[in-house]
Write a protein that binds this ligand. Structure first.
Ligand SMILES: N[C@@H](CCC(=O)N[C@@H](CS)C(=O)NCC(=O)O)C(=O)O
Length: 204
């Protein structure tokens, strides 16, 4: 198995590294340079036709992309210390928060990154700056929803650390990297952020 990885601040590969660190899984890794545009090379497009990282290539040559799909595969291989829940309710709630993070927070963060941030100016052929700027209040509104949930629970999907926390942490840290920080007033989200950032896996 080879994990095609890109270092932080890329948020998606970090999720898999953090998941593997939590589980104690040793993943052989190969770096794909986004700066060198290696993710758009013919070699990488053969692994993932969307030209994105991360990708997990199995021993038989087949490839799995999409962060959550890769982590689900690893969870099925290594079910101990489940990060996708055990009971039907836990499984559903973790999935709910993963999807809320990806759609309500990840989508506006990506819209800002692609349409406004100076780092993407040279590689995105057509940018819609007003659209990107309008996404910032959407991202902040989503953070407010997470903050309210974290007033009621230690972790985003309840009292147990899960894949939903990994997805939320990576998305928030990337948002911060591009200039959309957690507002000071969101004290529950900031308390949670400090706690999950202190886990050894957070630096994977
Ligand atoms: N939905 C995908 C998103 C993957 C993604 O957006 N990866 C970024 C790096 S963090 C990437 O490859 N960006 C380059 C591009 O989209 O062209 C996942 O969950 O893995």
């Amino acid at each position: 198995m080879i994990f095609y990885d890109t270092p932080s601040p890329a948020p998606n590969p970090r999720r898999v590294r953090m998941f593997a660190a939590e589980k104690g899984i040793d993943l052989p890794m190969q770096t794909v340079s986004l700066v060198a545009r290696e993710h758009k090379s013919a070699e990488h497009l053969a692994r993932n036709p969307l030209g994105q990282v991360p990708v997990l290539v199995l021993d038989d040559g087949t490839a799995i992309s999409e962060t959550v799909a890769i982590c689900r595969y690893l969870e099925a291989l290594h079910p101990a210390q489940p990060l996708f829940g055990e009971t039907p309710f836990e499984i559903a709630v973790i999935e709910m928060w993963i999807r809320r993070t990806e759609f309500a927070l990840g989508s506006p963060v990506r819209a800002y990154w692609v349409n406004v941030h100076p780092y993407t100016a040279k590689v995105v052929p057509e940018r819609f700056e007003d659209f990107g700027k309008a996404a910032v209040p959407q991202a902040l509104a989503a953070m407010g929803v997470f903050d309210a949930a974290l007033a009621e629970a230690r972790f985003i999907a309840g009292e147990t650390f899960s894949m939903a926390d990994i997805v939320l942490l990576s998305t928030l840290d990337f948002a911060n990297f591009i200039g959309i920080a957690i507002p000071d007033g969101l004290t529950n989200l900031r308390r949670w952020h400090a706690e999950v950032s202190a886990r050894p896996s957070a630096s994977a």
